[in-house]
Design a protein around this ligand. Structure first.
Ligand code: ZN
Ligand code: ZN
Length: 256
């Protein structure tokens, strides 16, 4: 089974999973890179998975529909180009021998979902859209800090070896912020150096791993004393995880 990150727009990745014959794509915001990848590898498009309704995640669905053999799957509580199979927490989608479990992860959008494959053979796999990024998280457009904190906590509890397939290459700017939050985090400094060399070589920093994110991502570390302290210095109103996350998110929005 091959996992490929197709670059789209300026910093999106459209994830493609294929077995040499059939492919599944996640969040095709643009049809062109998907069509090119299918043609180049002579693959059929078996299904489309959508995590949330934003245009850079669903913009290519309409144009891909004629070559789609199966269905479009998406969050039940959001407006996705019809027709689609509506999914919510606990639902399961079986595709190309993978068993994807749906996890509700509200916060970035109200109905955002993630797809988790526990990996019967290979390493577990997570498609998390714009909820969890490497070193960061999505902006709170439609949800609260409490919701995002709950969503990220669920993702952080997945097996450490889970490959984290995020929808944007935001890693370096996230890590710059993470260093400001936790200047004393040695694992973070090492990871930043690794990601910088990947980007210099023109390579993606993704997929990440859940175990790595637990060590470097401040938004998954809202209970770590150094992170709580940094958030308090930025005006966090309490020490609960959601208070810390709210302060980090506000701080990050203005961080350059
Ligand atoms: Zn989005
Ligand atoms: Zn996006």
């Amino acid at each position: 089974m091959d996992l490929i990150a197709l670059p789209a727009f300026t910093d999106n990745y459209i994830w493609m999973l294929h077995d040499g014959t059939d492919a599944v794509v996640v969040d095709p915001g643009d049809a062109a890179p998907v069509a090119a990848a299918l043609d180049e590898r002579r693959l059929a498009l078996a299904a489309i998975l959508v995590t949330h309704h934003h245009g850079d995640h669903v913009g290519g669905v309409y144009a891909l529909r004629p070559r789609l053999k199966g269905a479009v799957y998406g969050p039940r509580r959001e407006r996705i180009p019809e027709p689609f199979v509506p999914l919510a927490d606990g639902d399961v989608v079986e595709l190309l021998g993978h068993r994807f479990e749906v996890i509700d992860v509200p916060g970035h959008t109200a109905g955002h979902i993630a797809y988790f494959d526990a990996g019967r053979s290979g390493a577990p796999l997570l498609f998390c859209g714009d909820t969890l990024f490497s070193g960061g998280c999505g902006r709170l457009f439609e949800g609260t800090a409490e919701q995002m904190h709950g969503s990220l906590s669920r993702l952080a509890a997945l097996p450490g070896e889970t490959r984290v397939c995020c929808a944007h290459e935001y890693t370096l700017s996230n890590l710059k912020f993470a260093r400001a939050v936790e200047p004393g985090n040695a694992a973070l400094a090492r990871y930043q150096a690794e990601c910088e060399s990947l980007r210099t070589a023109g390579r993606a920093t993704l997929p990440s791993r859940v175990a790595v994110e637990r060590e470097v991502n401040p938004f998954l570390r809202c209970e770590v004393p150094a992170v709580v302290e940094a958030a308090r210095a930025q005006g966090a109103t309490g020490t609960a995880g959601a208070d810390v996350l709210a302060a980090l998110r506000r701080w990050k929005n203005e961080f350059r």
